[in-house]
Design a protein around this ligand. Sequence first.
Ligand code: CTP
Ligand code: MN
Ligand code: MN
Ligand code: MN
Length: 371
Amino acid sequence: KTALPATSKPTVSQYACQRRTTLDNQNKIFTDAFEVLAESNEFLDSRGQCLAFRRAASVLKSLQFTLRSLDDIEGLPCLGEQIKSVIEEIFEFRTCSKVEEILRDEKYQTLKLFTSVFGVGPKTAEKWYRKGLRTLKAVLAEPDIHLNKMQEAGFLYYEDISKSVSKADAQAVETLIKDTISYYSSDTKLFLTGGFRRGKEHGHDVDFILTTPEIGKEQALLLFLIDKFKNLGILLYSDFQESTFDIQKLPSCKFEAMDHFPKCFLILKLKTGEQTAGVQQNQNDSRDWKAIRVDLVAPPADRYAFAMLGWTGSTQFERDLRRYARKERRMLLDNHALYDKTKHAFLEAQTEEEIFDLLGLEYIEPWQRNA
Ligand code: CTP
Ligand code: MN
Ligand code: MN
Ligand code: MN
């Protein structure tokens, strides 16, 4: 056996898609701090700063040891001076003063509260804050605030959907959908995606991909499902977006761009088998159901692998997949396709493994994508 030189450390890639990140985070004390800093910068609309903190958190999540001293971060990517000083402060005091200050800040607390409502983003939250509103009750009582349908549902079911969804809930929804799609066609396929596919025990919603072996047949699937849910009396909210998919179009470089497959953002009534207090005005009625957020997307079968890769996440993993494709391979990747700018050609793939292969990446399992 030849001993490795004492200084040799495994190199950590700057790209999350070249790191294996499980849910076993050894550096939570640091990553929690960075996530607060990232979110506060998101509220301030400082995109660059926000991303820098998210990248730093993501690098630390991939480490299989807990940082003990500044020597440990030597050679790690994405940890600039500002990030280093936060880490240093946490080494010394177990906490970071800037983070403590943010957590005590009334504006941060209020924006966090407002954006916890389904349909409310940083822009709307900021607008309400500027009006002097500080609580959800105050928002609802304000006469000149017009809530859109999504926000209305967000407030109505706030109690339920602000709590996290368990794996058991996710499985119950899966069974419900499976039973329902069997009426559409016996060969409709249903796949769990998003955080639960990455092995998470809890999520803010449940994400599914649905498709049919026959291309084109998936188009009417979601509307069929929505209609069935309505008839079953379990459709509490539905935002359906029809397909705008165009096979000729080059993959979008922007990660934030929505994909073009038919999809829907739903709130479903899930039977729980236990009694819970009623929603809103019906506080006194007990009920045996809870509201649950469900996202469905229906790509054509030949786009399945791209959709699955795109919807599995994590968000940071997806960002870096696209950045890696563009910067290191001169390729464009999104939820629909992979395009090679050198060959001027689309590259086809039936599985996620094939996409990693085409990108020249080692395969990363879904549970290793918690970047
Ligand atoms: N996604 C997407 N296009 C959308 C909405 C979501 O591509 N219009 C992708 C996101 O990039 C993400 C995945 O779908 O990778 C799941 O999104 P989301 O449910 O928000 O996050 P999760 O990772 O599942 O986390 P959580 O447990 O909080 O739901
Ligand atoms: Mn999700
Ligand atoms: Mn989440
Ligand atoms: Mn989702």
